[in-house]
Design a protein around this ligand. Structure first.
Ligand code: ATP
Ligand code: MG
Length: 456
């Protein structure tokens, strides 16, 4: 209390200055301003012209130093959000707790944030585990550097002078391929447990080694992730799965003991012997698409990651005597509900996932009018991609996948021919109907229900 009061009275920064930053010239780091996106350069130039400090900061500087193309650009500035907003016509203030400004320029959006003070657990509002709940005090550039997570993320690039302002030896750490926490790792994980997941993701993505001091506490502090709001975990999981290095990230998560019990999805992905090949193929596929800059959909990825869980649950229900179709829908809900507590899969994504799953048994029916209805489904393409993945994993014959591709792209005559061609076991609906005619009425219900053929 007294220290807090003194700090207020003397207006001392929460974290006192430790050293002057190194100003690293372009000859030593090699990043030319032309390598930045035009929008990032423009935003810095406009703010600097108005007399503010403005730097490209965070992931973009780090990635350029490593030689990877930046995903997006963040700018840190001494201007307040309102001053930033006033400087750019196409901009808007977002966030209530801590305002940042999105500046639109051409097709790009640059995230501009005002220098923020680091908040130690003493001065900040925290939950009962020490997690910082508010992080919304403006500060100096130095304080802004200190509140960032890793040294390699606290580098400020000035496009005007092409220099890097480096408060925490981040450039040296990148050269030594080390991911080092700023400050005491245990304290920083307690303030924000998501930093453990960020450590694993960034190390895997960038080929860095987590410094032992930052790595060692993870195993023991992992359970703190349980207190992180589900929506935030979901965002972080998406970043991890769409990093272009998802397999490596997940292996490393397992290596650090972060997968158990924390996120049910991870238990499922990493511990299922049955679906391992399927999941691995799906992750490899996703990594490849991300690296080629192709679109990726969370719904599709999650549907693959959880598919064998659905199959297992569905089989159990059928073995217990449930009817096939309602059993499938119940299994889908159960599997998604099991994730919901920890991982806030949004309703829209859950809808996509279910559409993809629900299409799978329908691919078994290759007779009558049914195939025409299947190819008109809005999620047909995703459902077919999923089917192909199942074939690649050895779950079903590839012939079915080719048949559907052929059918979807064929003209009317060819389609009729394909319907006649499909092997008899691919047309259970027709078969059952024929059989039903000869059977007593009482068995009709079961036969009709059985038309939803199992995919396995
Ligand atoms: P990428 O964008 O490649 O995922 P990034 O490091 O840029 O990586 P962002 O989430 O865009 O990640 O964050 C931008 C910057 O904000 C980081 O580089 C880091 O300086 C800071 N930052 C982000 N998350 C945290 C956190 N949990 N704790 C402290 N600083 C953070
Ligand atoms: Mg970023």
């Amino acid at each position: 209390m007294i220290r807090k009061l003194l700090r207020k009275v003397f207006k001392r920064p929460a974290t006192p200055a430790r050293h002057e930053p190194a100003i690293i010239p372009v000859e030593r780091h090699g990043i030319r301003r032309e390598q930045l996106s035009p929008a990032a350069r423009k935003v810095c130039a406009v703010l600097q012209e108005k007399g503010f400090k403005a730097f490209v900061v965070g992931g973009a500087v780090r990635d350029l130093l490593i030689g990877q193309p930046p995903k997006d650009y963040d700018v840190a500035t001494s201007a307040t959000p309102e001053e930033v907003r006033a400087a750019f016509r196409r901009s808007r203030i977002i966030g209530r707790r801590f305002k940042i400004v999105h500046v639109m320029s051409g097709p790009e959006t640059i995230e501009v944030s005002t220098f923020r003070a680091s908040q130690d657990a003493e001065s900040a509002e925290t939950d009962e585990h020490g997690r910082v709940l508010r992080d919304n005090v403006f500060g100096s550039q130095q304080e802004d550097a200190t509140r960032r997570d890793f040294t390699v993320n606290a580098l400020y690039y000035d496009p005007g002078t092409e220099t890097i302002v480096d408060y925490h030896h981040g450039v040296a750490d990148i050269q030594q391929k080390t991911l080092r926490m700023i400050g005491d790792p245990r304290t920083r994980y307690r303030e924000d447990p998501v930093r453990m997941l960020r450590a694993v993701r960034l190390a895997a993505k960038l080929g860095l080694t987590i410094d032992p001091a930052a790595r060692q506490p993870i195993r023991e502090m992992g359970p703190l992730l349980e207190n992180v709001p589900a929506a935030r975990l979901f965002d972080e999981m998406l970043k991890l799965l769409f990093s272009g290095h998802s397999l490596k990230c997940l292996q490393q998560l397992r290596g650090e003991g972060l997968h158990h019990g924390l996120l049910p999805l991870l238990d499922v992905i990493l511990e299922q012997p049955m679906g391992e090949r399927f999941v691995t193929l799906s992750l490899e596929n996703t990594d490849e698409r991300v690296r080629q800059d192709k679109s990726v959909s969370p719904g599709f990825l999650f549907s693959t990651l959880l598919w064998h869980e659905v199959l297992k649950t569905w089989e159990n229900k059928k073995a217990a005597g449930d009817h096939s179709q309602p059993a499938l829908f119940e299994a889908m809900d159960e599997v998604l509900d099991a994730q919901a507590g920890k991982l806030a899969i949004t309703r829209r994504i859950a809808g996509d996932i279910k559409d993809i799953w629900a299409l799978q048994p329908r691919f078994d029916k290759r007779a009558g009018k049914a195939p025409y209805r299947v190819i008109e489904q809005p999620r047909y393409r995703a459902g077919w991609d999923f089917l192909r993945l199942r074939a690649q994993a050895g779950e079903i014959p590839m012939e079915i996948v080719d048949w559907w591709d052929d059918f979807a792209h064929a003209g009317p005559d060819r389609r009729e021919a394909l319907l006649r061609q499909a092997p008899p076991d691919a047309a259970p609906a027709a078969k059952k109907r024929r059989r039903r005619k000869r059977k007593p009425a009482g068995e009709n219900a079961a036969a009709a229900e059985a038309t939803l053929a199992d995919p396995s």
